[in-house]
Design a protein. Structure first.
Lengths: 146, 108
């Protein structure tokens, strides 16, 4: 071995921290991601043909967003890959699924306004969850190498 | 679970160590991002990537963007395991260098 282990570990930390460091993604990303999640949630409360159409639009939007991100920043990480940050993604998924359930319940109960309310809640949750995930992930990269 | 510490000479070279560090942080990274992060030339990075690919530690894929081909790299399961084992070995060695010297102060 030619290098001090502490120096090697420092190199690893430096490289890991350098990946997301310069990424200052625009607010437009938050708005787009929030809108996609909000649409997915709200679509569950719409009548069948509109629900399908809204879901297809949301999934197509998600695919476009992922492609945009990859081309712009040069890396991609699934929300569920990092050990600690994945819990934020799981928490967000649970919230969105619960909101979808609420949308379906509202449809069955004849509450026509419910998709608007759950969609708005999904929009806000996705933006907060997305930013929180990024914060936790950056801290995870700067943390222990164990 | 932390894997048993194993020193890996393929990974340990500074450039390849940093490439593995980057790829262990993400699902996949693009050639230019890796090059700019570890500050090496295209040819040096290509060489490192080839060595890691030959060892079965990474996979390289090419995707067309605006008529140009971009190379993306990602760690294979074997690469993830080898890198984690190597980091565990570095941590073990680093801990040894920080351990107090036993018997210091004894005159015998």
């Amino acid at each position: 071995m030619t290098e001090d282990p502490n120096e090697a570990l420092a190199r690893i930390r430096e490289a890991r921290e350098g990946v997301p460091g310069p990424v200052a993604y625009p607010v437009a990303w938050d708005l787009a991601y929030g809108a996609i999640c909000g649409l997915m949630v709200a679509s569950q409360g719409l009548p069948t043909p509109w629900a399908m159409l809204a879901l297809v639009i949301a999934l197509a939007g998600l695919a476009i967003c992922v492609q945009w991100w990859r081309n712009r920043v040069g890396w991609w990480v699934s929300g569920y890959s990092p050990k600690r940050a994945r819990w934020v993604a799981i928490g967000l998924a649970v919230i969105l699924i619960a909101l979808m359930g609420l949308s379906i319940w509202g449809k069955d109960a004849g509450m026509v306004w419910m998709p608007l309310a759950t969609g708005a809640a999904g929009f806000v949750s996705a933006i907060i969850g997305g930013r929180l995930w990024m914060h936790v992930w950056k801290r995870e990269l700067a943390g222990d190498l164990s | 679970m932390t894997p048993p510490p194993v020193f890996d000479p393929v990974i340990h070279a500074p450039g390849r160590l940093q490439i593995c560090a980057i790829l262990s942080s993400v699902d996949e990274a693009e050639f230019a991002l890796i090059r700019d992060t570890i500050k090496v030339s295209d040819s040096v990075l290509s060489k490192h990537l080839k060595q890691l690919e030959d060892a079965g530690y990474i996979t390289l894929t090419k995707t067309p963007v605006d008529g140009r081909s971009r190379t993306w790299a990602s760690l294979t399961p074997a690469g993830k395991k080898a890198f984690a084992a190597h980091v565990a070995e570095l941590n073990r060695l680093a801990a040894l260098t920080q351990a107090p010297v036993l018997g210091k102060g004894f005159s015998g």
